[in-house]
Design a protein around this ligand. Structure first.
Ligand SMILES: [Mn+2]
Length: 293
């Protein structure tokens, strides 16, 4: 019996993806609404309008691929104190302790800092691939160090990541440029991508990767359901290729991901929920360790 268990433990097991919604938008600086996103992304993900297979041939409805922990119940959705952040860190820590790879539906982008506190505890070597129109590197925004404009400054200050690569940026200002230089952030902005489309395919990692995807990294023509629409962004296909490209490196597994800043109040046709779900399918697939395109 014991020998059998040892033999089973020695088998390489396929990871499981754990979905958790974090319905929190109290750190939004311009327009709240992202707290309502998780159930809508989930509904789009399993909508009968599409099937449950990823583009690279994985059935996400297969038993053991995805477990869904539902949405985090916050004591007070308006609470901007450390209590909320601690609750988020604890929830992700519990998910990681179960051996799952978190796929998080936000919420505004402020959640990524407390999420990374939990992820870092499990990954001594870690890169972040951050897709966004904005670098989110403010030291403080309107007096708030935990604003959704600040999470990557907090992550870097706390040493929660070894390498940060930002893609799709087109909202850089002087302060954030100085922050990017101070922290050694690698910025692949939209002008660079336009000048050399191959630059997206050149991005590669040699350690575990956490993918943080703000939907406003996409062009608002593809994903209008965001608070901070910034024209001139990525196409859905460019982001899909970026995600699928992460499957190329066995030494750089994708160990977690978030999709944040979906704002249903700006998405009357539900188009952006469909985009979020499409990206979530490919994210889950690379987290399962399946070969990419
Ligand atoms: Mn953004």
């Amino acid at each position: 019996m014991i020998a059998e268990m040892r033999a089973q433990a020695a088998e390489p097991t396929r990871p499981t993806v754990g979905i958790l919604g974090i319905p929190y938008d109290a750190e939004s600086s311009f327009l709240r609404g992202a707290a309502a996103a998780p159930p809508l992304i989930r509904a789009a993900l399993w909508s009968p309008a599409s099937n449950t297979w990823s583009e690279t041939g994985v059935d996400l409805a297969a038993v053991g691929a995805i477990v869904d922990a539902g949405d985090l119940e916050l004591a007070d959705p308006d609470d901007r104190s450390s209590g909320t952040r601690d609750a988020i860190t604890a929830a992700i820590g519990a998910l990681l302790n179960r051996g799952e790879r978190p796929l998080i539906f936000g919420g505004d982008h402020s959640i990524t800092y407390p999420v990374l506190r939990a992820v870092r505890a499990h990954h001594p070597r870690l890169s972040i691939l951050h897709v966004d129109a904005h670098p989110d590197l403010y030291d403080t925004f309107e007096g708030d160090r935990y604003s959704h404009a600040c999470p990557f400054a907090r992550i870097l200050e706390d040493g929660l990541v070894d390498r940060l690569v930002q893609v799709g940026i087109r909202g850089m200002n002087g302060h954030q440029r100085a922050q990017a230089e101070r922290f050694g952030v690698e910025v692949v902005d939209m002008r660079a991508i336009h000048a050399a489309p191959d630059s997206l395919a050149q991005i590669s990692f040699t350690m575990p990767v956490y993918l943080s995807l703000d939907l406003d990294g996409l062009d608002p023509g593809f994903a209008p359901g965001v608070a901070h629409r910034e024209p001139g962004g990525l196409s859905v296909r460019q982001v899909l290729a970026l995600i699928q490209g992460l499957a190329r490196r066995p030494d750089a597994p994708v160990i977690g991901a978030d999709i944040v800043e979906y704002n249903p109040t700006r998405d009357p046709e539900g188009l952006t929920a469909t985009v979020a779900a499409k990206l979530a399918k490919e994210m889950a697939t690379v987290m399962l360790g399946e070969p990419g395109a």
